[in-house]
Structure formats: C-alpha cells, structure tokens
Design a protein around this ligand. Structure first.
Ligand SMILES: Cc1cc2nc3c(=O)[nH]c(=O)nc-3n(C[C@H](O)[C@H](O)[C@H](O)COP(=O)(O)OP(=O)(O)OC[C@H]3O[C@@H](n4cnc5c(N)ncnc54)[C@H](O)[C@@H]3O)c2cc1C
Length: 420
C-alpha cells in the first residue's frame, strides 16, 4: 500500500541512502510511539503538544482501543463494553499521525520500524508501549485454543465478553474458578477486583454458586482490605486459596474444564485463567526485553538499558516499585515525553517523581484504593518513603461509596485526557 504523508514513510524497497538518514531530520525530529494504549496514546499527545516541530507518529494495531480498567464491571454485568471503547480521532486532530497497523519488526541500528503493510518508519527516538502479551504454554495446557474455552479476559474485548457470556449461561449452584498468576503481571489488584465483582453478580443473581480463587502467591495488593470486604459481603461464596495452601495452578485441561494444582483438581463450570505474562512481543523483537520477558529501563529517561534510542513505558517496562497499571502508564508516558523532548533538544532530562493510584471495586458502591509516589534511587524507580498508602481498614460505608465514585471519576478523566 502506498502512503503519501509528510512523514518519513518508506516502502519496502526504499533506498539505503534514505534509510541511513541523519538522526535529526532537518530540524524536525521524528518520534515514533508504538502502542496506542494508556501509555503510548498520551505520550504521543504530550510530545506533539510539547513541541509542534516534532513529527510524532503513533502506531497502533487496532483502530479502536478497548480499555481494561472497569472491564471487570463488564464481566459482572454492571457496564456495557461500549463504555470501554475509544478511538483516535482527537489524537489525529492534534497533529499526531496515527497509523492503524501492527508493527512487525524494529531495527534499532537503522532506527526503523516495519509495519505489516510493508511500510517502514524512520525515527530519531522510539517509544515502545506495547503493553503485555500472554505467555502461551507457560501454564501447561493453556494456549490460544484453551483461552477460547477458559478465557483470560486480561486483554479487554472479545475475551471480556466471552467470560461474561459464560457467567450468564452458568446455572445457579455452579462453580467459578479464577487462577491468578505469580508476580509480576498487569494490574496487581485486578484478579481480586474481578473475584469481588463476579461474587457480587453471583450473590445477586445465582446465590447458590461458589467462586474459588486459586493463587500462585501468598499475598496480594490491598489484601487486608479485600479480605475484610469479602468476609462482610460474600461470606461462604468466595474462597481464596493461597500458594501455601495449594493454590498454584500447575496445569489446565480445557476439555474437562479442570484446573490442576499439586494437591487437587478443580472442575469449573466457568474457568477464568489469568496466565503468566511478558512485555508485548514487539519489545522482544526490538531486543528491548531481557530474560524476564520485560524491559529494563533507566528510571530518569525511561530509555531502554539495552537498546539506546528506544524508550519503554507502561506495562512492558520494568519500572521498579511501580505497578503495571493504567495510572502508572499515564505517569510514565508524561515523564517519557518530557525526557524525549529534552534529549532531542540536547538537554539532560531531570529526575522525575511519578504517582500511581489504583482503585478497585469490591461491589458497585464499595471502592478501595492504594497510592504511591516513586522516584529514581539506585537505578530503579523506588517508593518515596512516607508518601502514598491504602484506604483505611475501618472506613464507614459512605467512605467506600465515595471511593467507588472516585474510581469512576478517575476512569472518566484518564480516558478523556488520553482519547478525547
Ligand atoms: C481486568 C483489568 C482491570 C484493570 N483495572 C485497572 C484499574 O482500575 N486502574 C489502572 O490503573 N489499571 C488497571 N488495569 C491495568 C491497565 O489496563 C494496564 O496497566 C494498562 O492498559 C497499561 O497500558 P499500556 O499502554 O502499557 O498497555 P495497553 O493499554 O494494553 O496498550 C498497549 C497497546 O499497544 C498495542 N500494540 C501492541 N503491540 C503492537 C504492535 N506490534 N503494533 C502496534 N500496536 C501494538 C496494543 O494493540 C495496545 O493497544 C487493569 C487491567 C486489567 C486486565
């Protein structure tokens, strides 16, 4: 497909002379941002807003983005999936070139991104924000075909709807089993918010049912708050099985809907398998991921420690103490945009401070949160001591209701800032 934009697009057969163009293109530095999710989309906007002379191109595989935050409410039947969907028109209108095509290869030496449609994009700086991919096969029995039977619903969209349909089709008295992975993974409180909201659905529509969370960990984010709420709201309905109590799922069998641990086999009517994860595959292709599958970065510039000229933000990055959240992705995106702009202007990026807040719903009007502030210490993003915290354990119902409304407000704000 031929492209004729003012950007530096090259077709597959472009000449070597063009490909070895100087790093700064005639005073108009080219920045390619790969991945138009919570990290990449806002980073592209901030870059374009920060210096209109930059030629910013956002490469995103899908024309419409489907957000994960609040997708647990879709699964529980509390929200329509349409409320999760966002387009890129406002970003385009701001002057960013948005390309809806998957990137298939990155050549860090030539500073070049290849797209599936055969186009090549040259960059002076590349921002990688591809989110996560699932480690198919890391949990024996769990591959792409198994996910059609035992959905992960850890990338929002069809998987979210599949899990919803399965819950709707389940008879009262059925058993739902969730398998939660070991750290690190996208959205540390996510499996427990999901368990809470599915428990809410079961309690209100199928009260003879049971929900079991099989966990590869002994502790999890906001644990005391979640467990206190479960005791209060879902006694006898929701059971959490820790690693020490045999919760780690070692294999699954999609044919029989069974999750196997070292101690027992759990037959589920609905099985939600959240498998181990890694940075989006393009990060590995770019050579930016290390043996862990995630991307080590400098905590000041968020530049890859292994591929100079490539910055990594969002879930794909190893961001020290920062969790893999949309809030964190947004904070990193802004720091990264400022750092990339500074570097392109020949300046040194300043040491940043970043904030994260993760809200979770335990029921529609029952919210809890955890917040943190992070700064570079010893080559990592570390907790700023004394900052941050979690919701109080003994808060009254109106406090929980207020936090639930804060969660909604946060989602409205971040999606408006990113996509509207
Ligand atoms: C159930 C659930 C609930 C959650 N709830 C919350 C919450 O309440 N609060 C919160 O802060 N976070 C929450 N999260 C976490 C949040 O969704 C992620 O942390 C966030 O999406 C990370 O942003 P990202 O930009 O790194 O990745 P993403 O938002 O996934 O964006 C990555 C983008 O890159 C694109 N991409 C990947 N590879 C390519 C390629 N090769 N070419 C082109 N495009 C590519 C993808 O299509 C995708 O659009 C939740 C997650 C889940 C699963």
């Amino acid at each position: 497909m031929m492209r004729t934009t003012r950007r530096a697009f090259l077709q597959g057969g472009a000449s070597a002379a063009l490909l070895s163009a100087p790093a700064l293109a005639q005073g108009r530095p080219r920045v390619v941002v790969l991945g138009g999710g919570f990290a990449g989309a806002i980073c592209a906007r901030e870059l374009q807003r920060g210096d209109p002379r930059f030629e910013v191109t956002l490469v995103e595989a899908n024309p419409i983005f489907t957000a994960c935050p609040f997708s647990n409410a879709v699964i529980a039947g509390l929200r329509d999936i349409a409320a999760q969907r966002f387009g890129y028109d406002a970003i385009r209108a701001q002057g960013v070139t948005v390309v809806a095509d998957p990137a298939t290869a990155i050549d860090p030496q030539a500073r070049r991104v290849s797209l599936q449609n055969g186009s090549l994009l040259l960059y002076d700086r590349l921002v990688l924000a591809p989110g996560i991919d699932l480690r198919w096969g890391a949990l024996p029995g769990y591959d792409e075909a198994a996910a059609e039977v035992m959905p992960h619903a850890w990338k929002a969209g069809e998987q979210t709807l599949l899990l919803r349909r399965q819950l709707e089709a389940m008879a009262d008295g059925g058993t739902v089993v969730i398998s939660a992975p070991a750290n690190p993974f996208r959205c540390p409180p996510g499996p427990y918010e999901r368990a809470s909201l599915i428990a809410y659905y079961l309690k209100t529509t199928k009260p003879r049912s049971k929900l079991i969370v099989l966990d590869a960990k002994d502790s999890f984010s906001k644990q005391r708050l979640f467990q206190a709420a479960w005791q209060q709201l879902y006694p006898g309905l929701l059971e959490w099985v820790s690693l020490s109590n045999g919760g780690k799922v070692t294999s699954v069998d999609p044919k029989t809907h069974t999750l196997v641990t070292d101690f027992a086999a759990y037959k589920a009517d609905v099985a939600n398998v959240i498998p181990p994860q890694r940075a989006g595959r393009i990060a590995e292709i770019a050579g930016a991921a290390d043996a862990t599958g995630w991307c080590p970065i400098d905590p000041v510039s968020l530049e890859s420690r292994v591929q100079p000229g490539i910055h990594v933000i969002g879930d794909a990055a190893i961001a020290g103490a920062m969790p893999k959240s949309a809030f964190a992705a947004n904070a990193q995106a802004k720091v990264c945009a400022a750092a990339v702009a500074a570097l392109l202007h020949g300046e040194t990026p300043p040491a940043p401070k970043l904030i994260n807040t993760c809200y979770s719903l335990v029921a529609p009007d029952y919210g809890i949160s955890i917040a943190g502030v992070y700064h570079p210490v010893g080559g990592q993003l570390a907790d700023l001591e004394g900052a941050g915290g979690v919701s109080p354990l003994d808060a009254p119902p109106d406090f929980r209701a207020l936090e639930a409304s804060y969660a909604q407000a946060w989602f409205r704000t971040i999606t408006a800032e990113t996509f509207a």
